[in-house]
Write a protein that binds this ligand. Structure first.
Ligand SMILES: C[S@@+](CC[C@H](N)C(=O)[O-])C[C@H]1O[C@@H](n2cnc3c(N)ncnc32)[C@H](O)[C@@H]1O
Length: 424
């Protein structure tokens, strides 16, 4: 049971949100109770004044401290262990983790400001300040309703289906996957086939992949905070923290000039497929040329969402690893966001010389260390000296025992993946 007390100048505003659906039922079941307290009832003057002009001048009015403090003190004196929260745009951001935390409380007191806000000295009477977003609302009532709704639905029994809060957006730190209901086809748009398959394992896989993809595209900031899904946790535990970046720039051409090479369909496909086979965490195609980025995205989308995805499901899974970035630095930042740690950079070069890390050494590091690793593959005539110099390691060259050494980048990628992640 969670008791909310809302201190507000406009108690009638709460009637509608509390009088319908889930919040109404939660009160009827005795899982939450909401009491509304008007600070005007704590004024001592004839006009029941709750606001006054700001010291120092300026627009609008400020909520006077006496009625608010008296209301808070009165509420506190009648509760066992109240936690008093002032809704304020200057407060800490209210998010799902905050909602979880507050759902463990038994008495929450929500203080709503109005006008230009509350006298600063009221803050001495509250435990914390919470903001519902980086915008200014006219009063704390809507934020208080947001808090009540988000917190109440986490209390066991409030939602009919006990499992549903676990699957929603933000609960695992990720955005939720897309949802569909009947009809199967609406104005030419079909429900993804996997959802009609009845194969729960496949449905779950699709949902986690979509969840991850949506979050990566729309809210990469959430990934850094997110707990990795079970499958990824397992992969992380076995040392699979490897990413590959295929650099189309900066690389050398055959004359030793620094150039940008073209994106190719075959490289994207083959490296993604080999990557998926060996449990690679992500595959970056790096090119600063917008037209080539569009081409790469078109190739990926064809197999992920277009005709190709229906033609060949397995190709789709592999292409889901691919991400397009402008620069190597962008790829590094992306890994850091996803893993919460900077990757160790491992360059590869067919040219002999330099201080080389052996495959065995890198394999061991992948198993034993917790840091992510980003393996750089060059196109054209290979990675530039500047890129090699900024890397933490340069991997030993692959040698076939002949004088001829001209592997395609996708063949080299497959061999490297096998040596680094393949079974012993
Ligand atoms: C117009 S606002 C006051 C804004 C204040 N002058 C400022 O710039 O910070 C009036 C009241 O609305 C509430 N409020 C407005 N935006 C909010 C937000 N994003 N989160 C939480 N409360 C908010 C607060 O209770 C605030 O005291």
């Amino acid at each position: 049971m969670l008791n909310f007390t809302v201190i507000t100048l406009f108690p009638p505003m709460f009637a509608s949100p509390l009088g319908h659906s889930i919040l109404k039922k939660a009160q009827e079941k005795g899982l939450i109770a909401v009491r509304l307290v008007d600070p005007r009832d704590y004024t001592t003057d004839k006009h029941r004044t709750v606001d006054d002009a700001p010291y120092g001048g300026g627009q609008g009015m400020v909520m006077k401290p006496e009625p608010l403090a008296a209301a808070i003190e009165d509420v506190k004196s009648k509760s066992a262990s109240p936690r008093v929260i002032l809704l304020s745009p200057q407060g800490k951001s209210f998010d799902q983790a905050e909602a979880q935390r507050l759902s463990q409380e038994t008495e929450l007191v929500l203080v709503c400001g109005r006008y230009e806000g509350v006298d600063e000295r009221v803050k001495a009477f509250v435990d914390e300040e919470l903001s519902v977003g980086d915008y200014t609302l006219s009063g704390g009532e809507l934020p208080a309703m947001v808090v009540i709704d988000a917190v109440a639905r986490l209390i066991p029994g409030v939602l009919g289906n006990l499992d549903s809060p676990k699957e929603e957006s933000f609960t695992e730190g990720l955005l939720e996957y897309p949802q569909y209901t009947r009809p199967e086809e609406f104005r030419g748009m079909k429900v993804p086939e996997v959802l009609l398959s009845g194969d729960h394992e496949k449905v779950n896989e699709w949902r986690s992949a979509m969840s991850l993809r949506l979050t990566r595209e729309r809210r990469p900031d959430l990934l850094a905070k997110a707990r990795p899904p079970a499958a990824e946790q397992k992969a992380t535990a076995t040392g699979r923290r490897l990413y590959i970046a295929l650099l189309h720039h900066p690389v050398y051409d055959k004359n030793g000039e620094i150039v940008t090479t073209a994106v190719t369909n075959m490289d994207i496909h083959d490296i993604a497929r080999a990557g998926k086979t060996y449990g690679l965490r992500g595959f970056y195609v790096v090119t600063p040329v917008k037209a080539l980025q569009r081409l790469a995205l078109k190739i990926i989308a064809h197999w992920e969402e277009g005709y190709g995805s229906r033609y060949n499901e397995t190709r789709k899974e592999a292409l889901a690893l691919a991400r397009v970035k402008d620069t190597l630095d962008d790829a590094i930042i992306d890994v850091e966001r996803e893993c919460g740690a900077k990757p160790q950079i491992v360059a590869s070069s067919a040219r002999p010389g330099g201080n080389r890390a052996s495959f065995a050494h890198l394999r061991k590091m992948l198993r034993e260390e917790s840091a992510p690793f980003l393996l750089l593959l060059g196109t054209g005539w290979g990675l530039t000296d500047a890129v090699l110099a900024q890397s933490d390691y340069i991997l030993e060259p692959i040698e076939g025992g002949t004088a001829y050494n001209h592997l395609s980048v996708r063949s080299a990628a497959a061999i490297m993946l096998d040596r680094l992640l393949g079974r012993d």
